[in-house]
Design a protein around this ligand. Structure first.
Ligand SMILES: O=P(O)(O)OC[C@@]1(O)O[C@H](CO)[C@@H](O)[C@@H]1O
Length: 364
């Protein structure tokens, strides 16, 4: 089996690995601001704000026009299609505002779930048709990385071998297409926290899922140095009665990663999966202090855990811009410290930051 048909040139590889490394340099992580219109609607409903394009734009303008020093903790921002083409109130494209801060722009590429017949309500993810053309256009329009989220569930007969293989293969096909178009693929196989399973069960499943994903990435000739992984942390199910410390979560998470993720992968940016802002930060900090070998950067790509207190501070009112930006900056800084294992929890936290952000059967 000779290596006769290289997938990428050395220039393409260089570009991809440089983008991936920039995003996770020096404790930086990712702001996942790629909520679809429906998901953003759920977030806005919580603060009693109508889900209009203008309200979505206004909130995102406040986040993206935060002080330039945000570029010390945020290396990349994932956008939804609508947001990539939106402008601030002065008429400047959001993507240019981010780029001028030195932040890498990313784009959500998956297009929602479809049922896998004959399984216990498992899904695969759609969006491969026309993906190459979409990637080429997004690259022209300033995006340098993509994101694709696959969902695996722990339940009776779940995840099935079919769901694991199908989602691994789809993620790998997506990653290959991204790389052909100069986008770093963020590979996101999320084992969702619904259920009453314990930590050990989540670790077992997460290992099986990640092992299948890296086999598929290899089969599809994906250049690992030009990818980022966005996994769940290994946690007990949301309804599990046994509680675990951040150190236990960290040990289970790093063990699972150490067994399955090649050292060539430059960075692993966890999703927050409904954890409270503070738990997401404390767990990330413990992960970075875990005494196991950690050949990759271990950072964050949080949606809810970076935006919950900012959303609450905003409440749909322009007058709350300063408080909103302060709340966002605070979480970004805390997570950047956690990505270096340097986060020190300062006693009492604002109520919002310790509130669970879990939503059952979270769809996007
Ligand atoms: O679990 P979190 O950290 O809130 O969000 C993880 C995530 O994959 O799901 C969201 C909805 O699509 C995205 O905004 C984000 O990228």
């Amino acid at each position: 089996m000779a290596h006769r048909f290289p997938a990428l040139t050395s220039e393409q590889k260089k570009e991809l690995s440089e983008i991936a490394q920039r995003i996770v340099a020096n404790g930086k992580g990712i702001l996942a601001a790629d909520e679809s219109v429906g998901t953003m609607g759920n977030r806005l409903q919580r603060i009693k704000v109508e889900n209009t394009e203008e309200n979505r734009r206004q909130f995102r303008e406040i986040l993206f026009t935060v002080d330039n020093s945000i570029n010390q903790s945020i290396g990349g921002v994932i956008l939804f299609h609508e947001t990539l083409y939106q402008k601030d109130s002065q008429g400047k494209l959001f993507r240019n505002i981010l780029k001028e801060k030195g932040i890498v722009v990313g784009i959500k590429l998956d297009q929602g779930g479809a049922p896998l017949a004959g399984t216990n309500k498992e899904t695969t993810i759609q969006g491969l048709d026309g993906l190459s053309e979409r990637c080429a256009q997004y690259k022209k329009d300033g995006a340098d990385f993509g994101k694709w989220r696959a969902v695996l569930r722990i339940d009776n007969q779940c995840p099935s071998n079919l769901a694991i293989q199908e989602n691994a293969n789809t993620l790998a096909r997506y990653a290959s297409i991204c790389q052909q178009n100069g986008l770093v693929p963020i590979v996101e196989p999320e084992v969702i926290p619904d259920g009453d399973h314990d930590l050990e069960h989540c670790q077992y499943v997460t290992e099986k899922v990640l092992a299948a994903v890296y086999k598929a990435l290899n089969d599809h000739h994906v250049y690992l140095e030009g990818t980022l992984l966005k996994p769940n942390m290994v946690t007990a199910g949301h309804a599990c009665t046994k509680k675990y410390t951040p150190e236990q979560v960290a040990m289970a998470t790093v063990t699972a990663l150490h067994r399955t993720v090649p050292a060539a992968v430059p960075g692993i940016c966890f999703l927050s999966g409904g954890m409270s802002e503070e738990d997401a930060t404390l767990n990330l900090n413990a992960i970075n202090l875990c005494p196991l070998p950690k050949p990759w950067k271990l950072s964050f790509s949080y949606g809810r855990a970076l935006q919950a207190s900012a959303l609450a501070a905003w409440g749909g009112k322009a007058a709350n811009k300063k408080a909103t930006q302060e709340a966002f900056m605070k979480r970004a800084l805390a997570n950047c410290q956690a990505a270096k294992g340097q986060y020190v929890h300062m006693g009492s936290s604002a109520a919002t930051s310790t509130q669970s952000l879990f939503t059952a059967s979270y769809t996007y």
